[in-house]
Design a protein around this ligand. Structure first.
Ligand code: C5J
Length: 223
């Protein structure tokens, strides 16, 4: 077995074997990231999520070059909303709800423009796109089976939002035995304090859910 590559990380160096590692790009969808989508309808400042795009593009390019597995996820629902729990549909008081018409089609509905991944991070041939109805990437998806089928054990986690879909996914992954490294500048939140605390919670107590490092540290290890 080759020596693992080591990333300087919090709370201690993260070791990974590129042949058993996947980059997870969570929910970089127009509805969350671009003006006029669901995220903005909830009153959020989407520019805070757009900051993630340049470093994530760099990571994506490096990982593709290195031949690592890349998996994208999208949060969204079937057009008849049969996979959307009524409680989720009712939640909050947005000016637009899931399934309502928005500037990019029906909000968070599969097949609509707003549901798709932003052009800057568009998947390329061979990259899997996992559609998920929940916040976690493992809930009601085939992701665990896909990863086990490829013998992936380590996940480099990126995307939005840090305290919601990223956190839920990392917690699910941790319980399933995956080792997660979250790239701090490649995950984003509409709330700066949630970004800080969300990252803090992952690496706390000796890495209770995983590791955290800036993308530069990961790129250095990959070189
Ligand atoms: C949210 C997500 N925040 N992708 N979704 O509803 O984090």
């Amino acid at each position: 077995m080759p020596d693992p590559l080591l990333v300087e990380a919090d709370p201690y160096p993260y070791g990974f074997d590129p042949g058993h590692t996947a980059l997870l790009v969570i929910d970089m969808q127009r509805d969350f990231v671009e003006p006029g989508g669901f995220g903005e309808s909830l009153g959020n400042d989407v520019t805070l999520l757009q900051k993630v795009i340049p470093p994530l593009r760099e990571v994506l390019a490096a990982v593709r070059e290195a031949g690592l597995t890349v998996i994208h996820t999208r949060e969204g629902h079937l057009p008849d909303l049969s996979d959307c729990p009524p409680a989720k549909l009712r939640r909050g008081s947005p000016s637009m709800r899931i399934g309502d018409p928005g500037p990019n089609g029906r909000i968070l509905i599969r097949g609509e423009r707003g549901h798709d991944i932003i052009d800057e991070l568009a998947p390329i041939d061979g990259e899997l796109v996992v559609d998920k109805p929940g916040k976690g990437s493992f809930h009601a998806t085939g992701l665990d089976g896909v990863l086990r089928g490829m013998d992936v054990r380590s996940l480099i986690v990126t995307g939005v939002t840090t305290e919601v879909c990223v956190h839920t996914t990392v917690r699910e992954a941790n319980d399933r035995g995956y080792e997660c490294l979250v790239l701090s500048d490649c995950v984003g939140s509409y709330f700066p304090e949630f970004q800080r605390h969300g990252l803090g919670m992952i690496a706390a107590q000796g890495g209770i859910f995983g590791w955290v490092a800036p993308s530069g540290h990961f790129l250095k290890a990959l070189q």
